[in-house]
Design a protein around this ligand. Sequence first.
Ligand code: PRT
Ligand code: ZN
Length: 304
Amino acid sequence: MSNVNDQSKKRLRIAMQKSGRLTDETERLFKSCGIKINENRDHLLAHAENMPIDILRVRDDDIPGLVMDHVVDWGIVGQNVLEETSMQRKVDGLATGYKVVTELNYGDCRLAIATPQEEEWTGVECLQGKKIATTYPFLLRRALSAKGVDFKIVLLTGSVEVAPRAGLADAICDLVCTGATLQANGLKEVETIFESKAVIICRDQELFPEKKAIADKILTRLKGVMTAKESKYIMMNAPRDKLKEITALLPGAENPSIIELEGDKERVALHVVSREKLFWETMESLKELGASSILVVPIEKMLD
Ligand code: PRT
Ligand code: ZN
C-alpha cells in the first residue's frame, strides 16, 4: 500500500486524448521532450520508459475533470472543452480549480455560429427565438445571453452540422477549423464566440517536490521545442562592409557569429539564430546587399 502512495507522489501523471485531433500532436510533443511512451494506444495507462511519468489515455471531455478532481497532475486539452466543462461542473457543484501551465501551438480552432447559406444575416438578433444545435451549451449561452438574445438549445454530441438540413435546428454552434465542413453542409459562419487552442493544465494544488522537479524539467524542454519550432539557424557569406545592414534585416536575430573566410579579405561567413520566420522577401533583400550562399536551417531543440 505504501508503495502505491510513494509511486503516486513521485511519478507525474498526465492525461491526454486517447484518439482524436489532439492525439498525434501530443504524442509528437512528448517525443520531442524526450519522453518515451508505449506506442499501444489501447492501454489506458502507459508508463514512460525513461522518466517517472505516467500517461493516461482518455476521451478529451474527461480531461478537465481528472485534473480538477486531482486524479492526474497535468492534462492536455482544448480550451473549448476546458471552458465548457468548467461551467458545467460549477453548475453541478463539482471542483473547478486548475492552473494553465502553458498554451500549446496546436489544436487551433474556433467555436462559431453558422446558419443556412441562403438565410439573411444582419447580426445576432437574427437568432432571437431560434433553435441552435450545439455540443457547447454553456459557452453558447454565455455568449448570446451577454448580447440579450433569447434562443433554444438543441443538445447534440455529434453531427451538429447536419441539424439544420435535418430540420432539428435553425442554426448551429460548432467548432470550425478550415470551414470546409460548414460549406459542405450548406452553412455559413456568421459569428465567432470562442477562440481555442490546446493547453496544458495542472491541478490547483502544489505538486510533491519530486513531481514538481519532473514537471519543471518537462516544461523547460517543452518551451525549448516550441521556441525552436519558430526559430531558424541562418548561414550566409556576406561583404564585411555590409554586416550592419544585413544583421538589421534578420528578424529576432541574436548577435551573429562572424567567421573569416580563407583567402577572402572582403567577405565573411555569418551565422545567426533567428527567433522568427524568415520570409523570401528578406532573403531577396539580403542577396541585394551582397549576401550569397544563404542557408536557412530548421532547429530541433533549444536550451537557453
Ligand atoms: O473521442 P473524444 O471525445 O476524445 O474526441 P472528440 O471527437 O470530442 O474531439 P476531436 O478529436 O474531434 O477534437 C479534439 C479537440 O481538437 C477539440 O476539442 C478542439 O479543441 C480541437 N479541434 C481543432 C477541433 C477542430 N480543430 C475541428 N475542426 N475539434 C473538432 N473539429 C471538428 C468540428 O467539430 C467539425 O466537425 O472538425 C469539423 C470542422 O473542421 P473544418 O476544418 O471542416 O472547419
Ligand atoms: Zn470529446
